[in-house]
Design a binder for this molecule. Structure first.
Ligand code: HDE
Length: 712
């Protein structure tokens, strides 16, 4: 049971789930009917070598269950991982919202949070270049509230009508089901190059945000503008932000490719291990609030999900925190069966007319029917609210409740008028009474037509190293496309974001940026008004740069849970090791001993140390930093095995902190052409504090030009 739980509210969901948990300790194996079984290895046969009998109800039951174990994976976000935790409010925001979760600071609201990639199937790599899902189910006292967001603040499209097209284009191409969990192919770029509203989310995916170091090191965003409603019925617009305590950090593309081979469960394992060892991931919840009367004061439309509100224009107010402190008991029962619905809201929170959000309100409930097989999916333990449920909805597949009484209708007298309706002041939900006076039309607002100002703002806000990564990502993705015309169209479009960037990508592709585009693009981007009424506008500069968009301004003061690989063999120097071990552990980092073999390794003081990984089972890309203690015999052994040198070279290539002591320096021999003495993240016989500071910096990007020359 959760050791952190002090407030009974927090354990409400745990208690509810416990009622459904089955403990197998000291229990006999039975059939589904409770019959004790004495043989589950042999089917019932006519003679030892004879045919199996139809009568064998044990065989039929076992195989029947097996045949139906799988359910359809999520159409998008199939690959994911989740954890339990709680949300705590720092201060009431009753001036904006009447929701209990936003006004009662004594509550610990239970949550279940699922992170995911979008495009890949259930078994695909965690390290795909992709958007990450960030979905939180709050089990509030007034009912479930689901904030189903992403790790990027904007979305690809503006209207739900285009979602199937977007997803069909990014998924494996239908004729040969290739590529898996990758956007780098023709159909995706065919679509996005004809749909320029995608460019903002797309450039975020091309940036380091598309390759998180950990789920615990990403931001989360509700994306859409929602409404908060206070007790007086007054509404404010709001955007939700999750800010990770560990900051926003990423891996490089080269690492992502290698991690996909070395440990394709890297993010799933990372989340599980952090929680398992008590390093509970935390995010603060922030809100950007806009008064209703200010709705039209921006250069963009608040209802357009391809736009963010720069924090310089509306600051993010931190109001609470989420802590994830308990791993699921069973992946299928919880992580797979959890059903998030953007339509799950509580009094004090409401929707806006964002056309993407409006479409989602239909889609998520609808998709659960295919996925979970019954409209009673809300009764699955992980989906049950902690708020009691009473209504006249009845029956259907997999009904778990036994509803008592004669009435299942409203109004009634036979049932005493129950379940009764609640007045608004007693917590009854009332939709915000937005005034609407409009024509029924199929069109897009002119205010949605700026497709380039914000991708350009994003690019301008990046640090030079981040820009380099974006250029490499565009070059890789377009380089993988086979159809020249599509690449050419993309070059034209990204030149509308930034000419310099497009020129560098064009150079890498060995192509020129076209001066104009062929007919289909002209039509799609609206140059031909008869085909599309939706005309992209010229980009504007309403803000030179927005600091918070760059990962260069994130958290760099902690090494909590950072993995330090210590490369040793028998005879390593205990005194070198001890100093670093202590400092790293004191600051919350993790020491992992990597040796030529598994089992134990003996230091120069004749003590045995447990090996965390034998060199042949692990890779440099799985660690955040490397330390090599001295010890003549140890270093000789390390030098005799080429993989140790490769390990160090790779850490160098990925701009990680490296510390060596005494003979350990010999492992830097391959780097002698680089000026390691001037490198601010390489430490030769230096104190371990400085090493830890460099680990907290995540990477030494200044090393990039020389790191690129390293071949591994
Ligand atoms: Fe989703 N999305 N989506 N999406 N989405 C699903 O629901 C959909 C969108 C997001 O961990 C599906 O249960 C439409 C935006 C997350 O279980 C499906 C549109 C955002 C998850 C669906 C969008 C998201 C989903 C697939 C355009 C960020 C995973 C399975 C109107 C704000 C939740 C399921 C989890 C999952 C539809 C756009 C985030 C098919 C139609 C924008 C994090 O219903």
């Amino acid at each position: 049971m959760d050791k952190d739980v002090k407030n009974p509210n927090d354990s409400e969901k745990s208690k509810q789930l416990e009622n459904y948990e089955i403990d197998y300790t000291d229990k006999p194996l039975t059939t589904r009917q409770g019959l004790k079984v004495n043989d589950t290895n042999n089917s019932l046969k006519a003679g030892e070598r004879g045919p199996t009998l139809l009568e064998d109800f044990l065989l039929r039951e076992k195989i029947h269950n097996f045949d139906h174990e799988r359910i359809p994976e999520r159409i998008v976000h199939a690959r994911g991982s989740a954890a339990h935790g709680y949300f705590e409010l720092y201060k009431s925001i009753e001036q904006y919202s009447k929701a209990g979760i936003f006004t009662d600071t004594s509550r610990k609201t239970p949550v279940f949070t699922r992170f995911s990639t979008v495009a890949g199937s259930k078994g695909s790599t965690d390290l795909a270049r992709d958007v990450r899902g960030f979905a939180v189910k709050f089990y509030t006292e007034e009912g479930n509230w689901d904030l189903v967001g992403n790790n990027m603040p904007v979305f690809f499209i503006q209207d739900a009508m285009k979602f199937p097209d977007l997803i069909h284009s990014v998924k494996p191409e239908p004729h040969r089901e290739i590529p898996q969990a990758a956007s780098a192919h023709d159909t995706f770029y065919d679509f996005v190059s004809l749909t320029t509203e995608t460019m903002h989310n797309h450039i975020w995916v091309m940036s380091d945000r598309g390759l998180p170091r950990s789920y615990r090191m990403m931001e989360g965003f509700g994306i859409h503008t929602f409404r908060l409603i206070n007790k007086e019925g007054k509404a404010h617009f709001v955007k939700f932000h999750w800010k990770p305590k560990l900051g926003v950090h990423s891996v490089t593309w080269d690492e992502a490719v290698k991690i996909s081979g070395a440990d394709s469960d890297f993010h799933r394992r990372d989340l599980w291990n952090a929680i398992d060892t008590g390093s509970y991931p935390e995010w603060e919840l922030g809100i950007q609030v806009v008064a209703e009367e200010d709705e039209h004061k921006f250069d963009f439309d608040l209802l357009d999900a391809t736009k963010l509100i720069p924090e310089e224009m509306v600051p993010v107010e931190i109001i609470g925190k989420m802590v994830l402190n308990r791993n699921p008991e069973n992946f299928f029962a919880e992580t797979e069966q959890v059903a998030f619905l953007p339509g799950n809201i509580v009094p004090g929170i409401d929707f806006t007319n964002d056309p993407l959000l409006q479409g989602r309100l239909f889609s998520y409930r609808d998709t659960q029917l295919s996925r979970l097989g019954s409209h009673n999916f809300h009764q699955i333990p992980i989906n049950r609210p902690v708020a009691p449920v009473y209504n006249n909805q009845r029956d259907g597949h997999m009904q778990m409740e036994i509803h008592k009484g004669r009435t299942a209708y409203f109004p009634n007298t036979i049932g005493g008028g129950c379940p009764y309706l609640s007045k608004v002041e007693d917590g009854g939900f009332e939709s915000y009474q937005e005034k609407i006076d409009a024509h029924k039309i199929r069109n897009r607002s002119e205010s949605f037509a700026d497709h380039f100002s914000q991708p350009a703002l994003f690019y301008r806000s990046l640090a030079p190293w981040e820009k380099e990564h974006v250029i490499s990502a565009y070059s890789f993705e377009l380089g993988k496309c086979e159809i020249q015309a599509i690449k050419s169209r993309m070059l034209y479009i990204i030149s509308k974001i930034d000419k310099d960037m497009a020129a560098k990508v064009a150079d890498n592709l060995g192509m020129d940026i076209p001066d104009t585009v062929e007919k289909p693009l002209n039509q799609a981007i609206g140059a031909d008004a008869e085909v599309s009424k939706h005309q992209p506008k010229e980009k504007k500069v309403y803000l030179e740069a927005s600091k918070k968009l760059s990962q260069d301004h994130t958290v760099f003061d902690t090494i909590e849970t950072r993995q330090v690989a210590v490369l040793v063999a028998d005879g390593f120097s205990m005194s070198d090791f001890e100093k670093v071990e202590k400092t790293v552990k004191d600051q919350g980092g993790l020491i992992k001993i990597i040796a030529p073999h598994g089992g134990t390794v003996t230091c120069d003081q004749n003590m045995e140390h447990e090996v965390n990984a034998a060199i042949m089972t692990t890779e440099s890309v799985l660690f955040d930093a490397v330390f090599i203690p001295g010890g003549k015999k140890s270093v000789e052994t390390l030098l005799s095995k080429a993989k140790f040198s490769k390990f160090v070279k790779e850490a160098y290539k990925h701009c990680k902190a490296i510390a060596v002591a005494n003979e350990g320096e010999q492992l830097l021999a391959d780097l002698k052409e680089q000026d390691v003495s001037k490198d601010k993240a390489i430490f030769i016989n230096k104190d371990s504090e400085a090493f830890c500071k460099a680990i907290a910096q995540h990477r030494n990007w200044d090393r990039m030009p020389s790191a690129e020359k390293i071949a591994v």
